[in-house]
Design a protein around this ligand. Structure first.
Ligand code: SGN
Ligand code: CA
Length: 533
């Protein structure tokens, strides 16, 4: 009897210590706050460039952590980028090649794996998948692109419409979850996903006046003539002069267009969704802008009109970012107040980069620098040395493995990225990537950017445009960071072309991409009737 009680006591003690150990390890696992905005160009974050806007809250993440100066996406468009982030697999493997078809939910995503590993998971804001996210204890997401004002949300309890401004509302929903439904025993994954600064760039009322009065420096390549470039750059429909609309994009009301005898293919877009009170505040600021245009439009040639449109574009685009920055500040402050910052990895990124007038453009899609490169700032106290800059080539493909490894969860063998943990820890010698791969598919489609794939090293970028064209471009990233000189045909670069083509073949093999897969995706467009058979 005595031996029995002794054994029983030992067993009890053992199970108690195991439980305690488990609690301690789970306590040590970091919370992950993944902040992503939509179309936020690195040029519009003051940690990268302080000529356009000050973003003190976003910059705080770099000050307290790491600023990545060479982060890129694998396919510069919204839903595909999100699919790459969630699956850790390139578009040709996860199947979400464009914005058009729904995400294949048989893909395994990192939130599902974190949830299985004991994380509490929540998502608020823009997903843009055509279906709901898997692996989340709670989500409140915008349908499709979502609206700036009085947005609708899809929730687990049905749809709901909330009066107000989208960036503030997404943050309110996030903080409400943090304050009222967060399980303090479990580590958490929070995906906090802004719609801003996506087209059609509608700022919050508190920013109308300040931003519409500003004038911005003009990018050197605003009047690019694409002289050395191929057909793709010349035929893309994302020019500020030719494709940015006065009413839909730049908020000039219909009566002003009628006065000027201008007809456009789209109407007032998001402005139609303002309620009477919101519309009154809007008109008070935007009507005088239209009056100004009425007086000057007929005297403007193409150059002046381009400059006018560029300024109008920047005012609204950057105005939406002011609210993103303030709201990121609200969230960071909350983490600080609740003593959560210490054990939380905070990531700020965008689903891709964006053109702010460079090459005369808005939008993204190309593997050219401004849309290929994406902002990335990460803080994680006790792991990342504050104020570090990292220039290694990392991609949105790497997030899934980074988060799983940070959480101590198993890494699926078929994920294609690389955990960023060595870089975050400052162990650069453990990082050996020398090239990154890119593949864009959505063509023919809005903005008419041709299908292309390519490879970038720190020195060069090689791009192949295909489908209804067969053209190659090579850029010397060090000598020509603005990418205005395609040197593919330049005899001085013959050996570089050979090396880069060889590297491209190797990388395509490594990631299992091929012409036959590309042709399969073209067939898919034919089957859907999006291109002629
Ligand atoms: C919308 C925009 C496009 C934009 C795509 C993709 N047009 O279709 O300008 O390229 O989204 O953006 S709009 O008339 O709806 O504003 S993405 O970020 O979702 O990929
Ligand atoms: Ca986007």
């Amino acid at each position: 009897m005595k031996t029995f009680s002794y054994c029983f006591l030992l067993l009890l003690l053992f199970s108690f210590s195991c439980k305690k150990q488990k609690q301690q390890t789970s306590h040590k696992r970091p919370n992950i706050v993944f902040i992503m905005s939509d179309d936020h160009a690195y040029q519009a974050i003051s940690a990268y460039n302080d000529k356009l806007i000050q973003t003190p809250s976003i910059d705080r993440i770099a000050k307290e952590g790491m600023l990545f100066t060479n982060a890129s996406v694998t396919n510069s468009i919204c839903a595909p980028s999100r699919a790459v982030i969630l699956t850790g697999k390139h578009s040709h493997i996860n199947g979400k090649i464009d914005n058009l078809s729904p995400f294949d939910t048989t893909n395994v995503t990192f939130p599902q794996l974190l949830q299985k590993a004991g994380y509490q998971t929540a998502m608020f804001g823009k997903l843009h998948f055509g279906n709901n996210p898997k692996g989340f204890d709670e989500f409140k997401i915008l349908p499709g692109q979502g609206d700036y004002y009085n947005p609708k949300f899809i929730t687990q309890k049905g749809d709901t419409t909330i009066t107000g401004y989208v960036t503030d509302i997404i943050t309110d929903l996030t903080l409400d979850w943090m304050k009222n439904r967060r399980d303090s025993v479990k580590p958490f994954l929070l995906m906090y996903l802004h719609k801003a600064p996506h087209r059609t760039w509608m700022p919050a009322k508190r920013h109308y006046t300040e931003f519409t009065k500003k004038t911005y420096p003009v990018p050197e390549t605003l009047f690019d003539d694409y002289q050395t470039r191929g057909i793709a750059a010349k035929t893309a429909e994302m020019g500020i002069l030719d494709h940015m609309l006065l009413q839909y994009d730049l908020k000039i009301p219909k009566n002003a267009l009628e006065y000027l005898n201008i007809e456009e293919r789209l109407g007032a877009g998001g402005v139609n969704l303002l309620n009477p009170e919101q519309k009154k505040a809007w008109d008070a600021v935007y009507d005088p802008i239209a009056d100004d245009l009425k007086n000057t439009y007929t005297r403007m040639g193409d150059s002046l009109l381009t400059l006018w449109k560029y300024q109008r574009y920047m005012q609204d685009y950057l105005g939406t970012i002011a609210a993103v920055d303030e709201n990121v500040g609200r969230l960071l402050d909350y983490l600080d107040q609740e003593n959560l910052s210490e054990n939380t990895m905070v990531i700020y990124t965008s689903d891709q980069g964006f053109y702010l007038g460079e090459h005369g453009w808005f939008d993204k899609r190309f593997m050219y620098e401004e849309s290929f490169k994406t902002p990335l700032l990460i803080k994680w106290p006790n792991v990342i040395t504050p104020g570090t800059t990292e220039d290694e080539m990392v991609q949105n493909l790497d997030f899934a493995q980074t988060f799983l490894e940070a959480a101590g969860a198993d890494l699926p063998k078929d994920m294609q990225g690389k955990s960023l943990l060595p870089l975050l820890r400052g162990e650069k010698e453990k990082w050996d990537r020398d090239a990154v791969y890119y593949h864009y598919y959505e063509y023919p489609a809005e903005h008419t950017v041709k299908r292309h794939y390519g490879i970038a090293t720190k020195e060069y970028k090689l791009i192949h445009f295909y489908y209804d064209v067969d053209e190659w471009e090579l850029y010397d990233r060090k000598k020509d960071p603005q990418e205005v000189n395609n040197v593919f045909e330049d005899p001085e670069y013959t050996s570089v072309v050979d090396e880069m083509k060889q590297k491209l073949r190797e990388v395509r093999e490594k990631y299992q991409d091929s012409d036959s897969l590309s042709n399969g995706y073209i067939e898919l467009y034919k089957q859907k009737g999006w291109i002629e058979k």
